[in-house]
Design a protein around this ligand. Structure first.
Ligand code: NOJ
Length: 971
């Protein structure tokens, strides 16, 4: 390692010892957070009071007003404890049945933060046109849905909002009476009881009485209302108490999922009650948690307040659009119902109820609100090689050469913070990276890319143009005084942070990434369009800040405090970076931006990773669950550091980690600066060959991954899918989170995440045949579900193809994915027990936005049996479904002879493998064509009940073209 790097790291470690060791004490527990404590105490009082507990909030029936289109209803709400304080409630019903419930204080002393949804939503939701509300004596109701079976009921006193389906309660707000919107108030000096006793005016007595009346609900003390200290920090809380407590219950739903990011099981363990695995609520407060635990309800780097509640006959969801710190208690009062309690530090109530009733519909409903992941650049689905740090351009070149020498595919080389002089991002350290453009061109010569880190902390020195310009423009976050620049410590020493909430920062930030010289200020001429960006530390991580982040009383654009927007902050940074990459050249190109911090909506344009995991088996296992949980909340382009960020994994662990990695949407190896080099070419045999095969398998399956991304871009369905999403009626699968499916492809994977394993059990959820991907051994599921034992030696990954699937793959080993562009396809036709199969393939140029103009290929492959023949055909799906082709873009018409089709018109199917045929064929032909060359290996047919190696028909080079319609007839 070069001395500059050593010095930089040592300096950082000396300056920020906090960055060195895990300290749970660096972070608050609920009991150390004033508003969380207040929220939990409220819940405890309610529990104690049991039936006599009644929410003080009620709706005034005389205030109800219904909009002319009837989709929106507004009313006044009061709390009996504060008769002078006014609240407004608003319910909006969207055209897809989603119900938005908004509550805010009206004419309050101050304004509650109300912009979280604006940042999260992709567009203004469309209102229902068919709704009609009826205001009755006790409640207000509306009936809707295609079958008129959904009902939303707003009960007046106490206020309660209930979503019912077929007369059954699905989602209930304030059913447990924990709603409490702390109104703004002025700070008064409380008199002591002695002072009150000696006060002859009687006013003091009155105040005391009112306070006693309120105490049953709010508690007796003004617990941390006006100031709060944690460790050595004091939060000045100039607005006083303003938290929001809300209970959301899911009667009839016994599992909840989502609210990433936490290192925990997918089906969320409870946090209250004697047997609760966690004693603290799930916390959403974007935080840089050093050496995080592999099982905990603690906050991590990103927050998406989205939850699914699920049972065998229903799935519903909520999206609670809040940007401030939020804690969520979960309990399961019965096996079939769930209570949740959300406590947020500030902001209005803005909750979206997603009526489902299937997981698929929940994804679509949430995607319509916050958007889907735009199709990423195709190369970004390849293998990413990262470490902290590749220390020089020659180091990068050597690593690239070694991959090539070992015939290991890789698409992207990454540079961590040490490329930048004094951690001034964009500014190359000229001693070690004297030729960044040439280096990038060398990498790009075979279609590869570079990803370079740009962190949000700006070194406070006028010689750093990025800081200087931002400072001159006055677009940096301000300290609590509202004047000047907030200053904190990060890798670059004394630093400031751009306030991306300030619109003036947007175009400016975008201009910094231009690869050509711009008229005013800095632009990144020392870069090329082959460089993409990694946004790290954007929670933001601040080594000397409270809980390693920004003080909550720092000030953002519009005068909002950091506390109001903390969880949204990181999203704005990566979002603006992605826009910058998209528009930096003459032709817009798809950006790749990796972010550590994220919020609802982050999925639209960025990938995420699970941060600084440990090189342990537990972390490897929980990484899978975390990736699944992120997908539940829309953030589907996700992965964990392969190999573990910290530690030096032994070869066995590294190999297993690669096996996990190739089945993650985002696949990157990364390692801490103190770890030994562990690029896969450094392994000894047989490990090296095993990893080579693993990498190649990822590349073989790229068409499957890319096709799954297309589907996600339209439907919001995650790329990797847990059992409850695929088989929502099968209760056995509700808690399964160590095996999962890839898109709609029919691939089921169970990566091994334990030491010294040679076999494992896999759950097969339905009465279908499941073929081992590699050996073609046919396993049988059953209608009650079925566990099978499969081999899982170190070189083996349990991967199955569900009967009924057709998988397109590209089997020629290449050094990088762009080199595969003209490679032929293999189709694996895995017949179902009834002899059918179906699959899809989506292709486009993988780089530009021409796909949004219809330059793409979207095919459907179908295998159908009929009287002793099986016909396998390919048809054009894009022509049949122009409105749902990709990226949610409506194509007016689709031209099957578009420019992309022409570009790959030579690309053919070179092999078809049919699994599970019942008999040896007599003939295999392209329809109306000559006999093909084929070979049949007898084995167990798909229609059989027994296990065994399945029959396999290999059809060699049928010479059919992938962009054309064709059929192969097996008779
Ligand atoms: C923290 C990130 O999580 C890690 O991946 C990175 O290597 C270091 N910051 C240094 O940039």
């Amino acid at each position: 390692m070069r001395s500059g790097v050593i010095f930089g790291v040592l300096a950082a470690l000396l300056a920020f010892p906090d960055a060195l060791a895990l300290k749970a004490n660096d972070f608050k527990t609920c009991s150390k957070s004033g508003f969380c404590r207040r929220g939990r105490a409220l819940s405890a009082r309610a529990q104690e009071a049991q039936a006599s507990w009644k929410s003080p909030y009620s709706l005034d029936p005389s205030s109800v007003s219904i909009s002319p289109d009837e989709a929106t209803v507004k009313a006044s709400v009061k709390s009996s404890l504060y008769p002078d304080i006014k609240f407004g409630l608003e319910l909006r019903i969207h055209d897809d049945g989603v119900v938005r419930v908004i509550m805010d204080e009206v004419d309050g002393l101050r304004k509650r933060y109300n912009e979280a949804a604006e940042w999260a939503l992709v567009a203004e939701p469309k209102m229902s046109k068919t709704i009609s509300w009826t205001a009755g004596k006790k409640d207000l109701r509306a009936v809707y849905g295609e079958k008129k079976n959904i009902q939303i009921v707003v009960s007046y006193d106490p206020l309660r909002v209930t979503l019912l389906r077929n007369g059954k309660e699905q989602i209930v707000l304030n059913g447990r009476g924990l709603l409490h919107m702390e109104h703004f108030r002025s700070k008064t000096v409380k008199e002591t009881s002695e002072e009150v006793a000696s006060d002859s005016s009687g006013e003091g007595q009155e105040v005391l009485q009112v306070e006693n009346v309120r105490a049953w609900f709010e508690g007796e003390s003004e617990d941390d209302w006006w100031e709060e200290t944690f460790s050595s920090w004091t939060d000045s809380k100039p607005k006083g108490p303003e938290s929001l407590s809300l209970d959301i219950s899911f009667p009839n739903h016994g599992n909840v999922y989502g609210i990433p990011q936490h290192a925990t099981n997918l089906s969320l363990p409870s946090t209250t009650g004697d047997d609760a695995p966690y004693s603290d609520p799930y916390r959403l407060y974007n935080a840089d948690v050093f050496e995080y635990l592999a099982s905990s309800s603690m906050s991590l780097y990103g927050s998406i307040p989205v939850m699914h509640a699920h049972s065998a006959d229903s799935t519903v969801g909520v999206f609670n659009a809040v940007g401030s710190e939020t804690w969520i208690d979960i309990s399961y009062p019965t096996k079939k119902s769930t209570h949740t309690h959300w406590i947020s530090e500030s902001g209005i109530m803005d909750v979206f109820l997603l009526p489902g009733p299937t997981p698929e519909q929940i994804f679509t409903q949430y995607a319509r609100l916050t958007g889907t992941t735009a199709l990423p650049p195709h190369w970004s689905l390849g293998y990413h090689q990262c470490r902290w740090n590749y220390v020089s351009s020659d180091d990068v070149r050597t690593v690239q050469r070694r991959f090539d020498e070992e015939d290991m595919p890789v698409d992207v080389f990454w540079l961590d913070i040490e490329y930048a002089e004094d951690h001034k991002y964009f500014i190359w350290d000229s001693k070690t990276f004297p030729d960044p453009v040439k280096m990038t061109d060398d990498v790009a010569a075979i279609g590869r890319k570079m990803v370079v880190i740009v962190d949000p902390h700006l070194k406070r020195t006028d010689s750093y143009p990025i800081y200087k310009e931002a400072s001159d423009m006055d677009i940096l976050v301000k300290p609590k005084s509202g004047e000047g620049e907030y200053e904190g410590w990060c890798w670059s020493g004394s630093s400031s942070w751009i306030d991306h909430f300030n619109p003036a920062s947007w175009d400016w930030w975008i201009s910094k990434f231009k690869t050509n010289k711009i008229d005013t200020g800095f632009s990144w001429t020392q870069s090329t369009e082959d460089i993409h960006i990694w946004n790290d530390m954007n929670e933001p991580s601040i080594f000397n800040g409270p809980e390693i982040t920004m003080p909550k009383d720092s000030i953002h654009y519009g005068g909002w405090e950091h506390r109001d927007v903390h969880n949204i902050n990181g999203m704005l940074f990566h979002d603006n970076t992605a826009q910058a990459i998209r528009f930096r050249g003459d032709v817009p190109k798809r950006p790749f931006v990796l972010t550590r911090s994220f919020y609802a909506g982050s999925q639209r344009i960025s990938a995420m990773w699970t941060g600084d995991n440990l090189g342990t088996w537990e972390h490897m296992a929980v990484g899978i669950k975390m990736v699944l949980a992120n997908g539940i909340a829309g953030m589907t382009f996700a992965g964990a550091d392969v190999g573990g960020f910290f530690g030096n994994p032994e070869p066995e662990m590294l190999i297993r980690w690669y096996q996990v990695g190739i089945f993650s949407p985002f696949f990157r190896a990364h390692a801490h600066i103190d770890t030994k080099r562990r690029e896969p070419f450094l392994l000894e045999e047989p490990y090296k060959s095993i990893v080579r095969d693993i990498l190649r398998l990822r590349y073989t399956m790229l068409p499957i991954w890319y096709t799954a991304f297309r589907e996600n871009s339209v439907t919001g369905l995650p790329i990797v899918r847990p059992h409850y999403v695929m088989f929502p009626k099968d209760p056995v699968g509700f808690a399964i989170d160590d095996q999962f499916f890839i898109g709609s492809s029919g691939i089921l994977v169970k990566p091994i995440t334990e030491k010294e394993i040679t076999e494992t059990t896999v759950y097969l959820p339905d009465d279908q045949v499941y073929y081992d991907y590699f050996t073609h051994y046919a396993y049988r599921g059953s209608s009650q579900g079925n566990y099978v034992t499969v081999r899982a030696e170190l070189h083996q990954i349990p991967v199955f193809i569900r009967g009924g699937s057709i998988l397109p793959t590209r089997e020629r080993p290449r050094r990088s994915s762009p080199l595969m562009k003209h490679d032929p396809f293999t189709l694996r036709v895995a017949l179902s027990k009834s002899g059918t199969a179906r699959g899809e393939l989506y292709l486009d140029d993988g780089v530009t936005y021409s796909h949004q103009q219809g330059e793409l290929v979207w095919r459907e492959f179908v295998a159908e049996p009929s009287a002793k023949t099986t016909r396998i055909s390919s048809k054009d799906l894009a022509s049949a479904n122009p409105s749902q082709t990709v990226d949610g873009v409506m194509l007016e018409t689709y031209n099957p002879k578009n420019a992309f089709v022409k570009e790959i018109e030579e690309v053919r199917v070179e092999k078809v493998v049919v699994l599970g045929l019942s008999n040896k064929p007599k003939s295999v032909k392209v329809e109306n064509g000559a006999e093909l060359y084929w070979e049949y290996i007898p084995g167990v047919p798909a229609s059989d009940k027994k296990e065994g190696t399945s029959s396999v028909l290999h059809i060699k080079d049928p010479k059919v073209i992938v962009t054309e319609d064709w059929a192969i007839v097996i008779s």
